[in-house]
Design a protein around this ligand. Structure first.
Ligand SMILES: *[C@@H]1O[C@H](CO)[C@@H](O)[C@H](O)[C@H]1NC(C)=O
Ligand SMILES: *[C@@H]1O[C@H](CO)[C@@H](O)[C@H](O)[C@H]1NC(C)=O
Length: 153
């Protein structure tokens, strides 16, 4: 039974997978603020499990996952994340510079359909503080647009 369920989930991952669980990004957040990654789940659809992952470009790490009333927070996100139990939306904050990167979600909805989505978080702020805490000015603005440009490549 469990094996069949697993096979079904794997099949749905490879096959008719809904790829639009998240609205188009990126999402911008100021350093130290809270941000919500909304999902497109709604209209009476609930979820069985939801799992958020983060990648800074190298490895994929868990952010938070929830099944029923049980949730588990990834090491880098303990105490900074929560999941909207109605929509599966991820609330993250206060945002750290290291949160800059790609976020993906995997939702198994109440019809046992797997829905996935991907978006990016652009953390703004290091440049507002002048990087190393030095002089603020034109170079800070350059720094900021550089980091945004770098982050999008
Ligand atoms: C972020 O959310 C937490 C918990 O809900 C709240 O206590 C805090 O005031 C919020 N911070 C900001 C900057 O909105
Ligand atoms: C998510 O939805 C809330 C409430 O509608 C809104 O305030 C927030 O800006 C949204 N988040 C994003 C990243 O659009």
């Amino acid at each position: 039974m469990d094996l069949i369920k697993t096979l079904f989930l794997l099949l749905s991952v490879g096959g008719t997978l809904a790829q639009d669980a998240l609205p188009p990004g990126p999402v911008y957040a100021v350093l130290g603020s809270n941000v919500t990654f909304n999902t497109t789940l709604g209209r009476g659809v609930s979820f069985i499990t939801v799992s958020w992952s983060f990648s800074d470009g190298s490895e994929l790490v868990p952010v938070v996952s929830m099944a029923g009333t049980t949730s588990h927070e990834g090491d880098d996100f303990v105490g900074r994340v929560s999941i909207d139990t109605r929509t599966g939306a991820l609330r993250l904050g206060p945002v750290k510079q290291s949160d800059n990167g790609d976020y993906s979600v995997n939702i198994v909805d109440s019809d046992a359909v797997t829905q996935t989505g991907e978006t990016s978080l652009r953390v703004l702020g290091e440049c507002l503080w002048g990087g190393g805490g030095g002089v603020r000015g034109v170079s800070d603005v350059t720094c900021c647009s550089d980091s945004v440009a770098m982050a999008t490549t």
